[in-house]
Design a protein around this ligand. Structure first.
Ligand code: DER
Length: 257
């Protein structure tokens, strides 16, 4: 639909930011897929890059695009080349005052009218995990020197208020669900569409989709979730992004985050 053209503009804008010799984190989802396809065109034209896929799906796309790939452990470990840039989508991007406090707890947020600049904290706040790939995505996106988010305008919101995907160890699902309720979430097991039973991630785990209402303090909720035993990874990406490329009706907007 219309938004596919906007997703394509976003993905191609980020793909243009990749330099010869780069190791590139390849995100998951339909917007990142546009970046991967454009990188394939650039590889055809002589660009020398190595991709680091974040899922079975993004590896398939990279193979189709003839982008040479590195496995995550070979890219990110102390002897690896490191990741120069990662390109990845998001389910939601905080753009309002909430983003300003994303990297700070509420307590540190400047009092209204205090005149203290509410400049957005570096790295912003995202919700990811719609494609159940956020565990490896966070590894790659966090390891990258630069993390470029690619999105259409429907992903932007003043504050984060979408459901947060949480990857859980299957054995831990009931204990984790209880802990998530304690933290104010309403966990539901993500059902598969073309398979009986739940979605199983590339890592063999399950996904709980957890709305928390409006997330006033993404950094605090991120820390709370990360402390719950049995959670493999949650979809709050706080303070990790460097730029967001937003495809619009006729153009693309690139914002520092
Ligand atoms: O799984 C993810 O985090 C993806 O980035 C995803 O949620 C965004 O997918 P889309 O680009 O197809 O909207």
């Amino acid at each position: 639909g219309g938004s596919d053209a906007m997703k394509r503009r976003a993905g191609e804008s980020a793909a243009a930011a990749v330099s010869d010799g780069d190791v590139v984190g390849l995100g998951t989802g339909s917007t990142a897929a546009h970046a991967i396809r454009r990188l394939g065109d650039r590889v055809d034209a002589g660009l020398d890059i190595r991709g680091v896929p974040t899922s079975f799906a993004s590896r398939e796309l990279a193979v189709e695009a003839a982008i040479p790939c590195l496995d995550l452990p070979d890219a990110v470990g102390p002897d690896g080349p490191g990741i120069d840039v990662a390109i990845d989508g998001a389910d939601q991007v905080a753009t309002g005052a909430g983003a300003a406090d994303a990297g700070r707890g509420e307590a540190d947020a400047p009092a209204p009218g205090s005149g203290v600049s509410d400049s957005p904290a570096p790295g912003g706040a995202l919700i990811k995990g719609g494609g159940a790939a956020h565990a490896r995505e966070k590894l790659v996106d966090a390891a990258a020197d630069r993390f470029l988010v690619v999105a259409d305008p429907s992903k932007e919101s003043p504050r984060l208020d979408r459901s947060v995907p949480i990857e859980v160890l299957p054995a831990g699902r009931t204990a984790v669900a209880a802990a998530i309720r304690e933290a104010g979430g309403e966990p539901t097991l993500r059902r598969a569409e073309r398979k009986d039973g739940p979605v199983v991630t590339d890592n063999g785990n399950l996904v709980l989709d957890c709305p928390f209402g409006e997330v006033a303090d993404p950094a605090a909720l991120s820390a709370t979730l990360s402390s719950i035993p049995g959670i493999v990874e949650h979809g709050l990406f706080v303070g990790l992004a460097d730029e967001i490329h937003v495809g619009t009706e006729s153009d693309v907007r690139v914002d520092e985050v």
